[in-house]
Design a protein. Structure first.
Length: 415
């Protein structure tokens, strides 16, 4: 049965995961879906094996990773993972996915560091000021070097990494991370299994000095990005974890810093803290001020649509995919108003009327038919005939074009 989805926008995170090929985007996404699958099943009898089974099934059906948007839940937050193509040849597709997401996680190979495809996507994300976090993956690999990777983020991406974690141990002895916000250690000892949670421990004595040094660097970088922290920092006052987390969020949303975390997705270390950070530091749809499109037939007349259910409906079709079970699906980000199954909307780019067929929210292990969704959501729509990627769907009485005909703007190469 179709349900109405009206979620408090503050708990929604529309995120993309970007990476150079082989850095571990697929593995990280799979782990995220695994761990969020566990929380999704709260209250049910659950064992890791059963969850693994559905993951395997879904992989066979090609839904888990290839879906253009996958919705999952983590600690009362709805995370919509938007597929961000890794291949640089698809510039328009990458840019379009960067427009429909509100925040991103860049995954790095701890051995290779910052690689060319990441540099390209990073520059594209700069253009839209997409708030970004970094996850230095593969720290279990021989030759992995967290600190070199952080240096490369400065040199190659010209970013401001805000290091929130330090690795404990290296390569096959990689044990966990020092959490520089809470000044504690999160460890996974020995061989880890899927679903295993970390232990909270004291920072190991041999890392105490390094942790103190990096805590100071963390506070310095944060205070340069945030006035409230600066004032207290200069007065030599202490901070609570809540104060620091709020400041990290403000600085990330303002695109002034990029929080950096680390781990090994493959060995299931670091993914739960990464999910916590996504919820804490990346924006919700209402942290974004609304989208500016233009009037139909007049590119120079801006029209702003706010992320509210009370505004007229507007949405951007950003991807068309062939689903093995449902046929043609058009993925739409709703920017304002409500998208309702059965409603008639206007495609403001080609001037045609379209009838919205069934509407689905896509999960890793199921799809949910919904009657209507509000602003800020990302759904798959069946039944659209003349809508292509980049087209706007809107209320026939209140039309707007969200994506200009000249999209994408040229990428400016930075020397
Ligand atoms: P993608 O191309 O970015 O999606 O990368 P994948 O997730 O497919 O990973 C590429 C390869 O690296 C695969 O063989 C993974 O098993 C492996 N891999 C991913 N994460 C890790 C990790 O944390 N440690 C190690 N040692 N290997 C990893």
């Amino acid at each position: 049965m179709a349900v109405n989805i009206t979620t408090d926008l503050r708990v929604v995170r529309n995120i993309g995961i970007m990476a150079h090929i082989d850095a571990g985007k697929t593995t990280t996404t799979e782990r995220i879906l695994f761990y969020t699958g566990i929380t999704y099943k709260i209250g049910e009898v659950h064992d890791g094996g059963a969850t693994m089974d559905w993951m395997e099934q879904e992989q066979e059906r090609g839904i888990t990773i290839t879906s253009a948007a996958t919705t999952c839940w983590w600690k009362d937050h709805q995370i919509n993972i938007i597929d961000t193509p890794g291949h640089v040849d698809f510039t328009a597709e990458v840019e379009r996915s960067l427009r429909v997401l509100d925040g991103a996680v860049a995954v790095f190979d701890g051995v290779a560091g910052v690689e060319p495809q990441t540099m390209t996507v990073w520059r594209q994300a700069n253009k839209y000021s997409v708030p970004r976090m970094c996850f230095v993956n593969k720290l279990d690999r021989t030759g992995a070097d967290f600190f070199r990777c952080v240096d490369m983020m400065v040199e190659r991406l010209n970013s401001t990494p805000l290091v929130l974690q330090l690795p404990i141990g290296a390569e096959s002895d990689f044990l966990g991370v020092v959490d520089l916000v809470g000044m504690r250690a999160l460890t996974w000892r020995g061989e880890t299994t899927m679903g295993e949670d970390y232990e909270i421990e004291e920072i190991p004595a041999e890392l105490a000095e390094q942790a103190a040094e990096y805590r100071e660097k963390f506070l310095e970088t944060l205070s340069e990005a945030d006035d409230e922290i600066m004032v207290k920092y200069l007065d030599g006052e202490d901070f609570t974890v809540e104060e620091l987390e709020a400041a990290i969020r403000r600085a990330t949303l303002a695109d002034k810093v990029n929080p950096v975390l680390c781990g090994t997705a493959f060995k299931n270390k670091g993914v739960q803290p990464l999910l916590d950070a996504v919820v804490k530091y990346l924006p919700s749809p209402i942290d974004v001020e609304g989208i500016t499109g233009h009037a139909v037939n007049d590119e120079d007349k801006p029209v702003v649509r706010k992320p509210s259910d009370d505004e007229p409906f507007s949405g951007l079709a950003y991807k068309i995919a062939a689903d093995p079970h449902l046929g043609k699906l058009t993925y739409v980000r709703v920017y304002s108003g409500k998208l309702e199954a059965g409603a008639t909307v206007t495609n403001s780019v080609n001037g045609r009327k379209e009838r919205i067929g069934k509407v689905y929210q896509m999960h890793a292990n199921k799809r949910e038919e919904i009657a209507s969704v509000g602003a800020g959501q990302i759904v798959a729509v069946m039944g659209l005939k003349d809508t292509k990627t980049g087209h706007t769907l809107c209320d026939p009485q209140n039309q707007v074009v969200l994506e200009s005909m000249t999209f994408p703007a040229p990428v400016i190469e930075v020397a």
